[in-house]
Design a binder for this molecule. Structure first.
Ligand code: CA
Length: 430
């Protein structure tokens, strides 16, 4: 792998012409200077949750095509396990080349951890979204203060005494973002996710039914699911991930390394199309059109009015909580108060691996902070993001680190010192 070093002089020239992060390049000359794409085709997988919006918009609004990627297929995956299996077989065998991923799936696939030992190296190229996820709790548990900061964690810890079974927590893929969010929430409230609750992987549709009948107690996933659960009167919103960690890292674009290595110009072209889509998605004025397009049968196949509320940062929390109405609390795709959303900060990617280490997930796959850092350095291709940004006249962040992060319980993650983060946490497996 030959990471092309970023040319500092060119960067300075590029930065001089960019008016901040938002800069839509409408000239064709830049596209040519970035090199002709080696292919016009790629197959990208997605799941029907708001994380995938920039990929679908880039295809549907012609942003990929604008940079020469005229034959991009954006393909719905039945679930995360299918997406994984499809990227392992690759597009030549009818699978996919990459797409949207929960972290640390690209790292787990790279190392063969969730693919029966078959290593398929992948590159993380951009972050697709921040926020836009939440945790819903069954209506059968109303009135017990199971909110961001729980009034009485014993409702969960001593659940089995009253109900004859443990409190059941569901998510859609083991060890991905959504499991990590619910683990963080529980542990911050003094609940040990490995001892006090039953953690299970369940498809979204079954989860809604389970919440209704009271066989599933909490569900962690991307919008519109948490909101849909409230709309269908199956549960209430206990937590928005935006409340747990403002502008947290959520899902990413990652592609097989062999595809990227073979098609460097096409990768840059894809990223440039993605940047335009992310900027388009971030315009509040476009959110209604976005909800209409994504709600369609070909895409999420949900009612448009279910999508528009989360897209406007409007959440009816339920269970006596104050509603949220703040555009910046909903899904953001390009920019946030912490800087770029799209740029794949190595510091944010590191958090997922440190959290995997914290819980000893995937049989203790990550054993040390050094191992986590080395794997991020191998999988993360922020250099390609920078090259694409330069070609589009976008000023990239100055550093590969976003700096110190503060979570809702006051715990700080300093990417320069993950050991200090692990030390602060009371409930952990390391
Ligand atoms: Ca997610």
């Amino acid at each position: 792998m030959s990471n092309q070093r970023f040319n500092r002089r060119q960067f300075l020239l590029g930065a001089g012409t960019a008016a901040g992060l938002i800069f839509l390049n409408k000239t064709a000359s830049h596209a040519q200077s970035a090199g002709k794409p080696e292919t016009t085709k790629i197959r990208l997988g997605y799941l029907p949750i708001v994380e995938s919006a920039p990929l679908i918009i880039a295809k549907e609004k012609g942003f990929f095509a604008k940079y020469g990627m005229t034959d991009v297929e954006v393909i719905k995956q039945a679930n995360w396990a299918s997406a994984r299996d499809n990227v392992v077989i690759g597009s030549a065998a009818g699978g996919i080349d990459g797409g949207m991923w929960q972290l640390p799936m690209p790292h787990l696939i790279t190392e063969g951890v969730i693919t029966n030992g078959r290593k398929v190296p992948m590159y993380v190229l951009a972050m697709l979204i921040t926020q836009g996820n939440g945790i819903a709790v069954s209506n059968t548990l109303r009135g017990q203060g199971l909110h961001l900061r729980m009034k009485n964690p014993n409702v969960i810890k001593e659940f089995s005494r009253a109900r004859g079974r443990q409190f059941k927590v569901a998510y859609t893929f083991p060890g991905g973002n959504q499991e990590l969010w619910i683990r963080y929430w529980l542990a911050a409230n003094g609940i040990d996710p490995d001892k006090d609750v039953d953690m299970v992987t369940i498809p979204p549709a079954e989860t809604v039914q389970g919440l209704k009948t009271g066989t599933v107690d909490a569900f962690s996933t991307g919008d519109p699911w948490p909101y849909r659960i409230v709309e269908e009167d199956a549960g209430f919103l206990a937590v928005l991930t935006a409340q747990m960690w403002r502008f947290h890292p959520e899902e990413y674009l990652a592609i097989r390394a062999d595809w990227v290595d073979k098609h460097p110009n096409a990768t840059i072209a894809l990223l440039r199309g993605l940047f335009e889509a992310q900027q388009w998605c971030d315009q509040k004025a476009n959110r209604q059109e976005m909800a209409k397009l994504l709600s369609g049968r070909n895409f999420y196949n949900v009612r448009e009015d279910i999508l528009i509320d989360p897209f406007l940062g409007q959440y009816v929390m339920g269970d006596g909580q104050r509603n949220v109405s703040d555009f910046t609390m909903g899904p953001l795709y390009w920019q946030c108060a912490r800087g770029s959303v799209s740029y794949p900060y190595r510091s944010l990617e590191l958090w997922f691996l440190v959290e995997t280490m914290r819980w000893g997930l995937h049989r203790g796959f990550i054993k040390s902070v050094d191992q986590a850092r080395a794997l991020v350095n191998r999988v993360n291709r922020e250099d390609l993001w920078r090259r694409a940004a330069q070609a589009s006249g976008i000023k990239p962040p100055a550093s590969q680190s976003r700096g110190v992060e503060t979570l809702f319980d006051g715990v700080k993650f300093d990417p320069a010192n993950p050991q200090a983060y692990l030390k602060q946490l009371k409930i952990k497996r390391v």
